[in-house]
Design a protein around this ligand. Sequence first.
Ligand code: SF4
Ligand code: SF4
Length: 407
Amino acid sequence: MERREFLRCTAAGVGAALLGNGLSRALAAESPPERRNERPSMKYARLGRTNLMVSQICHGSLHTNKERLPLLARLYEGGVNLIDSSEIYGGGRSEEAIGEFLSQDNRRKSAFVITKMDIRAQLKAGAGVYQTAMARAAASLKRLRTDYVDILILHGCSTLIDWVTNEEWLRAAEDLKKQGKVRFIGLSEHAKPAEVLKLAAASGRYDVAMVAFSLIKGEWPGLGRTDIQAMDEALKIAKEKDIGIIVMKAALRAEEILAKVSEPKLRKAGFSTYQLCYRYVLGVPGVHAVVCGMSNMTHVEENLAVPGIDLAAREVDHLRRVAAASRVCGFCGTCLGACPNRVAVQDILRFHGYFTHGHRAHARAEYAALEPDRQAGACRGCGRCEGKCPAGVPIRLRLGEAHDALA
Ligand code: SF4
Ligand code: SF4
């Protein structure tokens, strides 16, 4: 990317590092939104203060490899301009495949690229954060065959919420901005969207947040910090700070949750459960885009159709009621404090979700990486967690199923 073009495109991004966030927001508000690869059949939203007009559908790249590039090509042809990846997906193969895609037909200039950095080990150790972040960013750029990414995301902030404001990480990210290698800074979290989002907004250092949020998190009564009220409040704060919101995990365990959808119009239209879950989160005020997974061309076509689905308020209410009755884990984390044995209920059930969606090797690897005393085998069956679970999940039963599948 040429220097002049970079400066033109990043008034808000560089401004946040050099000029302060108030001024950078003012610059973003005055600049025309930046548009890439727009097609009439897709809908676009301004991603907060980044001023990027992103497609509501974001290409999720957890399982992307070179064989799956035709799926990405079809999405791109349908107007998708937002591509999400991570250095850890496929051990770097996802970034390599996307790099190959972007290097053809001048596509780099027609897409917004996100990658995520997983430096949890360094953050946990409190050492080597800055150096590792700079080296990892260079490696990601090489795999992606580009000299900049539009958004660099700190992966998995909910593991320890203090990481959101870790100065070494933020210094590295802001130095990468100044060097023109990163345009905007973001974070991702898997379990405490409201809590993480509030902290990110208060810090004033983040342009984008990728949050795990879904139909089930939006409905269960008594869900505590991740209920719809908490999320609503967090989204309002994010809006005040003009932070872009991308939702992920919107359809995890969708089949189980929505197996009982009976709304006549929804059935007649033949929407898939994934489409309904994606469309639901896109209808939540303050959400700009949703990360969609896909493993075949049918999924791709379904995802492309999502922005055009018209959901009435009555239908949204029906979806919420069905979700409330599903007794599926929404990964709220409420049960964690109840367990005297530190069993990682939330993560174990999430890994089992990956497994049941066919990502068996990935799920087993994640489970194997848990310390033995946090695996399901450490459960003593006391039932205290079930007493706390707002969704009424039969946790002991589910842990047993997960262990049988994953161990
Ligand atoms: S039933 Fe198992 S996971 Fe639940 S609180 Fe007791 S030991 Fe922990
Ligand atoms: S089992 Fe219940 S309390 Fe625990 S993370 Fe899942 S929904 Fe939350």
